[in-house]
Design a protein around this ligand. Structure first.
Ligand code: B3K
Ligand code: ZN
Length: 842
């Protein structure tokens, strides 16, 4: 496969002045007629006229009305063209029903839909399918279906025919078409300048009852973007469509967002609190792309973080405003450590702005998205809120209508603030998570902190240089009072000292407040017990609990120590501290995950034993249940919500804390309380929480059967049913449970949500996936081999389950490597999967 390099960028030789597309829909023989007006691009080097096109049957082609016979290959078409402006026309035939890759135009449950990002438009018609070619699109759809949608505003709608006009120039990856038997859940929004926008959430008949929450989230997002970023919506209509077969969460197509139904449909009976929160965030994310992504897009796919990092950062600000800022921050750090750190510390490490790829779909990663958002957060911390706001407004003013780069983005900050961001830019160009160690020195009323940063070399960045690291620090006195409020230290050197003087007593340092930089902090002099009791910063206070838990677990794993009493006492005090909100208390009680612990051990040069890690966490939970005793039931009762269910932050915080207490109670009562909760719950959060405990208690069979009976016709709820059984299986059984579930009549493996419910969950079941027999590895490999020819994108993404293989003992390494090689040896393996596994194999 061919490698594409950032340094090879060249502009396309023509501009597209206008595009007209005409679709005549038929499941296996859809006809697409295109009329594209090209004009030479004086800024581009001379080049042959090439249009991308894949899996298209060319029926006819014309230039300025004259039939031509272009050279056609598997990648596209070449032909000779006039020196001046010309019109290219083509007719192609495509097969949406046979499109199982879910990229381009495909069918899901009888409806037509599209996914064009990153390079799917070339499966619809011949076109310069690259983000820096922006054009105005007119679309006509003919098909015998009640709803026919495309981007922009409707021009005409009649039975079986609709015309759409999108006035905003856009790259082809934002094109969308939907046709089907759908019902609309309508709404409306008046923008701050008084424009009426019609809103619709289109769903399959039967799903009407799951639309209200998503519609409200959309309105809240539109309002928030006006209030916080001064961004107004720019069409008369905004449509969202829910589809069941979708490779990811959702897609920001101009004026016609397409969503995985799991990322938009919600009701209290069928969705958990976590589902509601995720749906609100994804709706916001896709909506915010209208400015950061659509109005200003990316010059090339290397710049993906320009739109994704910024939009993730914006949606995190939105969630913080809508719900709880500390809870959102802590949850984001948990997620970053679980998904991005392993990527950055393993063979898949790549910079936030990669400089090479074979298949761009493999770079929609936690590094580009989540670390990309962290980089923007740091920038904001360094320049301050006001300068950030100014720079972003300049970015919108200057680049509206552009396909921009990271250089353009950084330049608006340099101009606004006068800062030189050359060193800061390394956050975009260098892979790896910096490790920051800090040593304390106390003398004569002065505390000196000496910081040292280092980043492990990787294939992507063999010689990493020091980065700019904002380190937020506060000081807490021995009596618990805060003697220095948060100050942001700007670290730029490999080693650097910062002094705090005039102190009466030696304080306890609270370092990396609010997780001010995406680094691993090494602070041997830390006093987490003191910070857990007194820190004013919610993040570092939570981190103190985490540090104590981690230390205890590592001692348990390494030396067979008992769970640390001081930790158990501290956590018990926090849990019963009514001055803290329940959501924060629930987060504080969470222990680091098994995979995170394995990563910590590996970084210390030790070989993690998945069974020992699993056992240590079990012992910890048992000790915690014993420590809490009857308080668990008291806290459970205290946090039982009596009002009608609402998916808001306050109620979901209470349910989260009650859920933690239920898990402690289950250790003592063999599931009696869980059974009662399961029988009486009127919402999915509590139903599913109780079901999880019943399975753990070894008495889940009846509840699982009842659950299946009740929900067998609800795809999204059944995904939970499939996933939970794997998630809650004992380590010895996880692979067998997954295998047994694949024989279930409702295991529709071609549906990405269902496939992920079983195999995504298996890959995350640390002790089960890494079972010493290798059965977890072999089963996953069998199914990846089976899925690859149909859906390379989802297959390749799931290969990351193997990315940590070098952490483990030689026996497990051998077992994993055998499966990696077996998949790689499959004839006709996709470019996507080949690239992933080749990089993982290293
Ligand atoms: N931009 C899309 C992701 C497309 C992924 C293509 N493999 C969704 C999002 O980030 O909002
Ligand atoms: Zn996005």
């Amino acid at each position: 496969p061919q490698t594409i390099y950032l340094s090879d960028y060249t502009a396309f030789g023509w501009r597209v002045e206008q595009v007209s597309l005409h679709f005549t829909l038929a499941p296996s023989a859809t006809r697409v007629r295109s009329r594209i007006a090209f004009a030479p691009n004086a800024d581009a080097p001379a080049q042959p006229f090439f249009l991308h096109g894949e899996a298209l049957t060319l029926i006819s082609a014309r230039i300025d009305g004259q039939d031509i016979t272009p050279d056609v290959t598997a990648e596209g078409l070449t032909c000779t063209v006039p020196d001046s402006a010309f019109v290219f026309e083509a007719e192609v035939e495509i097969d949406p029903a046979g499109n199982t890759a879910l990229e381009g135009l495909y069918m899901s449950n009888g409806m037509y839909c599209t996914q064009c990002e990153a390079e799917g438009f070339r499966k619809i018609t011949y076109y310069p399918d690259r983000p820096d070619v922006m054009a105005v699109f007119d679309v006509t759809i003919e098909g015998d279906l009640p709803v026919l949608l495309s981007n922009g505003n409707p021009v005409s709608t009649a039975q079986g025919r609709a015309e759409w006009h999108d006035p905003w120039p856009k790259p082809a990856y934002l094109f969308a078409l939907v046709a089907g038997d759908l019902v609309a859940h309508p709404g409306s929004f008046t923008t701050r300048s008084g424009r009426e926008v019609a809103l619709n959430l289109y769903v399959r008949p039967g799903d009407e009852g799951k639309c209200a929450f998503g519609m409200q989230a959309l309105k809240d997002s539109m309002k928030w973007d006006e209030d916080v970023y001064a961004r107004e919506y720019d069409l008369d209509l905004f449509n969202i469509v829910a589809v069941d077969d979708f490779n990811m969460g959702a897609m920001e197509n101009k004026g016609l967002n397409i969503f995985n139904s799991s990322a938009v449909l919600a009701s209290p009976e069928t969705s958990t609190d976590m589902n509601f929160e995720r749906i609100e965030a994804i709706i916001a994310h896709e909506y915010f792309h209208n400015w950061t992504g659509n109005r200003i897009t990316c010059r090339d796919w290397f710049q993906l973080c320009l739109k994704e990092g910024l939009t993730v950062f914006r949606d995190s600000q939105f969630t913080a405003d809508m719900r709880s800022a500390p809870v959102k921050r802590i949850s984001d750090v948990i997620d970053l450590r679980a998904r991005q750190f392993p990527e950055d510390q393993g063979p898949l490490a790549h910079p936030v702005r990669p400089d090479r790829f074979q298949e761009i779909n493999n770079f929609y990663t936690a590094t580009v998205y989540e670390k990309g958002a962290e980089v923007i957060r740091m920038l904001k911390t360094l320049v301050g809120d006001e300068a950030y706001a100014q720079a972003v407004q300049l970015y919108f003013d200057r680049h509206d209508g552009d396909a921009a780069t990271i250089e353009d983005w950084l330049k608006v900050f340099e101009e606004t603030t006068g800062r030189d961001l050359a060193q800061f830019k390394r956050w975009y160009t260098q892979a790896g998570t910096p490790r920051v160690s800090v040593a304390e020195d106390w003398a004569d009323g002065t505390l000196t902190l000496t910081f040292t940063q280092s980043t492990a070399p990787s294939a992507a960045s063999p010689d990493p240089q020091p980065q700019v690291i904002p380190i937020a620090v506060g000081l807490i006195a021995p009596d618990g009072a805060e003697v220095a409020t948060t100050r942001v230290l700007e670290m730029t050197e490999a080693t650097q000292r910062f002094a705090f003087d005039g102190l009466a007593q030696r304080p306890v340092a609270s370092i990396l407040r609010d997780f001010s930089a995406p680094v691993v902090l090494d602070h041997p002099d830390a006093d987490p017990a003191h910070l857990l009791a007194h820190d004013t910063d919610p993040f570092t206070r939570w981190e103190a609990a985490r540090t104590l838990a981690r230390r205890s677990l590592l001692a348990q794993i390494r030396d067979g120590a008992a769970p640390d009493e001081a930790y158990l006492d501290g956590i018990h005090r926090v849990a019963t501290d009514r001055s803290l909100d329940p959501a924060t208390r629930a987060l504080m009680m969470g222990a680091p995950g098994q995979s995170e612990l394995a990563g910590v051990l590996a970084e210390h040069g030790e070989t993690p034993d998945p069974m020992a890690i699993h056992a240590a966490l079990e012992d910890m939970r048992a000790a915690m249940a014993a420590r809490f005793g009857g308080d668990a039931m008291m806290l459970y009762a205290e946090n039982t919500v009596t009002e009608a269910y609402a998916p808001d932050a306050a109620q979901s915080g209470q349910r989260a804390l009650a859920g933690v207490m239920l898990s402690l109670m289950t250790r003592g009562d063999n599931g009696t309380a869980a059974q009662a909760q399961f029988d009486h719950a009127d919402n999915m959060t509590q139903k599913l929480g109780a079901l999880a405990q019943l399975i753990t208690a070894g008495r889940g069979d009846a509840a699982l059967a009842a659950f299946e009976d009740r929900w067998r016709d609800d795809r999204l709820v059944m995904d939970k049913w499939f996933g939970l059984q794997v998630a809650r299986a004992q380590p010895d059984d996880a692979a067998d449970v997954a295998q047994r579930l694949t024989a279930h009549p409702d295991f529709n493996w071609q549906n990405p949500n269902r496939f992920r419910a079983v195999f995504g969950t298996l890959a995350m079941h640390h002790a089960g996936f890494h079972h010493a027999s290798g059965k977890g590895y072999a089963l996953l490999a069998d199914w990846l081999i089976k899925l690859d020819p149909l859906n390379p994108q989802t297959t390749a993404r799931m290969c990351s389950a193997f990315q940590t293989w070098k952490r483990y003992d030689t026996e497990r390494q051998k077992l994993m490597k055998t499966q990696i090689d077996r998949i790689l040896a499959t004839p006709g393996l996709s470019r996507d999967t080949t690239e992933m596994l080749t990089r993982i194999a290293g």
